[in-house]
Structures are given as structure tokens and as C-alpha cells.
Design a binder for this molecule. Structure first.
Ligand code: ZN
Length: 504
């Protein structure tokens, strides 16, 4: 193997992280929280994620996330979203849309909130009856005509039109959500962009099923999560119906519009893969994606069966400084794909694919636990390298991560304490990955790989906290690992890895 190339790949990722670090001046675009009365001392039940609420008849305007308390909403559990969008003009994203949300009340509800930004709402019904609503920042507060009883299923239909607002994330200095550019539209919502194009309970604790019906003028095409189950020719427009088999966290919903070349393949064990490449991309753009099937089967072997019915990647012909593991369809800006460095780009491809297990199926219960996504996906890159080239190459890779984190500590804070305005800092990636390597050295390979499998199996399709991961690690290893995780996740100073001669 060519080391220079491999290490360029890692540098490439580091450069991306550092590029994000150097951007400044993120303006706070969110209005203050909605003014529903919250009396924090009066919660009746434990702060269980869905439904902890002090006022028994108003669903809370947030889900109690430690970093972003206003993300998501309480008092109900969303079951499904049907997002029906007609894009009238792709250049401006002028659209009209109807989002239908089926939910179950987890408390009596006189009112409840959705997260939704921009647009003009032209009609809003709850169980078929027009409902009152008010808006403040991202909070859409809905007051149905009749009280919704705890345990009751209800349906909300929101009709809206206009062009999505440009929103900057609270968590990182880039535009998130629905993005319009010269040649089309893409959606990149982690962690808070989903509300830019559909009304949503926007937190990974509330997964739901998704269906997308998207109509675009010819000759544009649509690529969304899941399986394309129908394409309808309406004359001047085309309607694409995408269905997703498994529940999904709201931030992973993606709708991409452009002119695509589609490529289909399958993993050696038969998981279907479809890739979309925007027209005009450099020749050979598909090469770094050719081994996705092998990677998918490798991760299935070490983590557990691939969680979804399909996988694939979509590459857009624009720079967005990121790739995102949208469920069943990771998306990449062309700046993340180097056709002259296949092997380096493969590390990014492996990273996004591994998120289908750690991030998408098994999600973070709190954004403060983001290292459970990024540290795992980073370490999955190392596991792919080890799979191809052996333990020595893994050790070289670990040393590279360590020295980067050691030499620029300002970019690599402790992974367990990410700052709210810099969620995707270098620490959650590199130091999160290193924490897993330290765990592996402590408990041995057999216990380590069993921990990964049991942790995934126990929380797949759901969400977990760092404490829950630590509990699995202690259970499987039979060791007290509290101080190991304390040192690796929460202490500012980078811990040593004496086995590799790293640190003091
Ligand atoms: Zn990642």
C-alpha cells in the first residue's frame, strides 16, 4: 500500500475539521424559545425523554437535550412523516408542500410544538379539523380544537409554501438543512437543519417512519432516503415516491434534486447498493465507492447485520466541506471525493458507511454523546485499514491520530464534553476513536469486539447514552472501566497509550 496516499486521506479529513474550525462569525439565527410556561420543579414523572413536562397540558418546546434543550419537543411520539413536496422552481427552491405527521400523545395535550422554520403555512389541521397555531423562531405551537388524551393517536397536516430559509446551524459554522445551489438542491441536516424543510420533532430520540413524495420540473431527478417505489410522469413534471422501511432520526432525512447518473451494485452478501453521481463530476468519481459492498459485509460481520434494506452514496457537484451519513444514502460534496486518491477517499466512504450502524440505527440519545457517532465512525476507518493491511498499519494510523491531537490540542477537546457551538470538533473524531482503541488495549480483542456487537444489538433501532455504552463494556469485560472512560472522554489532557509509546 502507498502510505503517502493513506496519510493524505487522514490529513484530508483533518483539514476539513480544521477548515471548519477557522470559520468564525456564526450568527445566532434562532429566536428565543417559545414562551410556553415551564415550571421545572413540577415534573411529575422522571425526565423520560418523550413527555417530561411540567404543565400537564402543553407539550414542552424541547426534549431536554444537554447541549440544545430546545431541539425537539415533548408530549408526543412521532410515528411517521409523509413529506409531499412540489418544487415549482429548482433555481429558487420555490415550493409548496404538505407534511402529514402521525403521532401518539404521551401526555394529555392542550397544545404541542413542532420545529419548523420559514415558509407561509397555508393550512394546518389536527385530526382533520383546522387548528390554531403560533410561531416563534423554530417553534411552531399548535392548539387543537380538542384536548388530545394521553395514549391517543393523532394526525397533523401542515400545508406550506415559499422558499426555504437559509439557516446556519447552532452547532457548527455551516449552512444546514435544505440548500439551493446553481445545479440543484441537497439536504444536509445534522444536527438541526430538518426544520428548514418540514415540520418535525427534531431530535434523534424520536425516530419515525418516512415517505417522500417529491415532484420536480423536468428534466430534474430526485434522490431521497430509502427505495424509489414509483416514478410518475405528469407531462411537464415528474413525481418520485421514496419509502423507507425502518424508522429514522429526523436529521438523516434527505431530498436531493439534480441531474444524476445512477449506478447499482450489491454487496457480496447481496445487500443492494445504488449510487447517484451528479452530472458533470470528474471522470472516475465512482471509483472510491466501488468497495462499498465489501466494506458493508465487513462491518456486518464485526458489528451485526446491516440495518437497512439498501445503501448507497450520492455525490453532488458542489463543495460543502462535508459528507453526511443520511440513512441508506450518504451524501458527499465533491470536495470530499478525490479521484486522484482512491484509497484516501475510501477512508471517508468507510466512515460514512459505518455510521449506518453507529449514528443511524443506533443513535445518540443526547447530542452531548456525539463521540458515540464520530469516535465510532473514525475507529471504523481504522478497522477497515486493519482488515486490509493488518495490525501494524492500524498502529501507524492510531499513532497518526494521537500525534495530531497531541500537537494541536486546541482543536481536539475532550470528546465527552463537546462545546455546543462546535459539536463536530476534532476531539469527538480523533480522541473518540483513540478512546475506543484504549478500551481495546485494556480489555483485549475478544472482549472489545463482543462489546461492539452487544452494544449495537442492544440499542439498534433506538438510541443510547455514553453511560449505557460504558455499562455494556463493563458487563462484557467484567472490568471496572469508569476511570478509563473518565480519562479518555472527560479529561482535558490527552491520556497516554504506553503500548504504542504515545504520551507520558
Ligand atoms: Zn462521521
Amino acid at each position: 500500500m502507498n502510505k503517502a496516499k493513506k496519510f493524505f486521506a487522514i490529513l484530508f479529513i483533518a483539514a476539513t475539521i480544521l477548515a471548519c474550525q477557522t470559520l468564525t462569525g456564526v450568527s445566532e439565527t434562532r429566536a428565543p424559545e417559545a414562551s410556553s410556561p415551564v415550571v421545572t420543579g413540577a415534573a411529575t414523572e422522571a425526565q423520560s425523554a418523550l413527555g417530561a413536562e411540567s404543565n400537564p397540558r402543553a407539550g414542552s418546546s424541547g426534549l431536554g437535550d444537554s447541549l440544545y434543550p430546545n431541539f425537539g419537543n415533548g408530549g408526543y411520539d412521532a410515528q411517521s412523516y409523509l413529506i409531499d413536496i412540489t418544487v415549482r422552481d429548482v433555481k429558487t427552491s420555490d415550493l409548496n408542500a404538505t407534511t402529514t405527521i402521525a403521532a401518539n400523545a404521551t401526555q394529555d395535550l392542550a397544545s404541542f410544538n413542532l420545529d419548523f422554520i420559514g415558509f407561509e403555512i397555508t393550512q394546518l389541521t389536527v385530526n382533520g379539523e383546522a387548528a390554531k397555531f403560533s410561531r416563534s423562531g423554530q417553534e411552531l405551537t399548535i392548539t387543537p380544537n380538542q384536548l388530545i388524551k394521553k395514549g391517543e393517536a393523532f394526525t397533523v397536516v401542515v400545508e406550506y409554501e415559499g422558499s426555504p430559509e437559509v439557516i446556519d446551524s447552532e452547532a457548527l459554522p455551516v449552512q444546514t438543512g435544505w440548500v439551493t445551489f446553481e445545479e440543484g438542491i441537497f439536504v444536509l441536516s445534522e444536527p438541526d437543519g430538518a426544520a428548514s424543510f418540514y415540520p418535525v420533532n427534531d431530535h434523534p430520540l424520536d425516530k419515525a417512519r418516512f415517505t417522500f413524495r417529491v415532484t420536480v420540473p423536468k428534466p430534474y431527478e430526485v434522490a431521497a432516503n430509502g427505495v424509489l417505489s414509483e416514478t410518475k410522469d405528469n407531462g411537464k413534471t415528474t413525481t418520485y415516491l421514496f419509502k423507507l422501511r425502518d424508522p429514522m432520526a429526523s436529521y438523516l432525512a434527505t431530498v436531493n434534486i439534480g441531474d444524476f447518473d445512477e449506478e447499482t451494485m450489491q454487496s457480496p452478501n447481496g445487500v443492494p447498493i445504488r449510487n447517484y453521481y451528479a452530472a458533470g463530476l470528474p471522470k472516475g468519481v465512482n471509483k472510491p465507492f466501488a468497495r462499498q459492498g465489501e466494506m458493508l459485509d465487513f462491518y456486518s460481520e464485526i458489528f451485526g447485520t446491516y440495518p437497512f434494506e439498501v445503501y448507497g452514496s450520492l455525490v453532488m457537484n458542489t463543495d460543502f466541506g462535508a459528507a453526511l451519513e443520511n440513512q441508506t444514502m450518504s451524501i458527499y460534496g465533491i470536495d470530499m471525493v478525490d479521484v486522484n486518491d482512491i484509497e484516501g477517499t475510501e477512508a471517508v466512504v468507510a466512515h460514512e458507511l459505518s455510521h449506518q450502524w453507529f449514528g443511524d440505527s443506533l443513535s445518540v440519545a443526547d447530542w452531548g454523546d456525539i463521540w458515540l457517532n464520530e469516535g465510532f465512525a473514525t475507529y471504523a476507518e481504522g478497522l477497515w485499514i486493519e482488515h486490509l493491511y493488518g495490525r501494524d498499519e492500524l498502529n501507524q494510523w492510531v499513532k497518526y491520530l494521537y500525534r495530531e491531537a497531541e500537537s494541536s490540542p486546541q482543536y481536539f477537546p475532550a470528546p465527552g464534553n463537546p462545546p455546543a457551538d462546535d459539536l463536530f470538533n476534532g476531539g469527538v473524531y480523533y480522541r473518540g476513536g483513540l478512546a475506543l482503541h484504549a478500551l481495546r488495549l485494556e480489555v483485549g480483542d475478544e472482549a472489545f469486539f463482543k462489546i461492539l456487537k452487544v452494544y449495537y444489538d442492544r440499542y439498534k433501532g433506538s438510541a443510547a447514552t455514553t453511560e449505557e455504552f460504558i455499562a455494556v463494556a463493563e458487563e462484557i469485560s467484567g472490568q471496572d472501566l469508569k476511570s478509563l472512560f473518565d480519562v479518555w472522554l472527560y479529561q482535558d489532557a490527552l491520556a497516554a497509550i504506553p503500548e504504542l509509546g504515545l504520551g507520558k
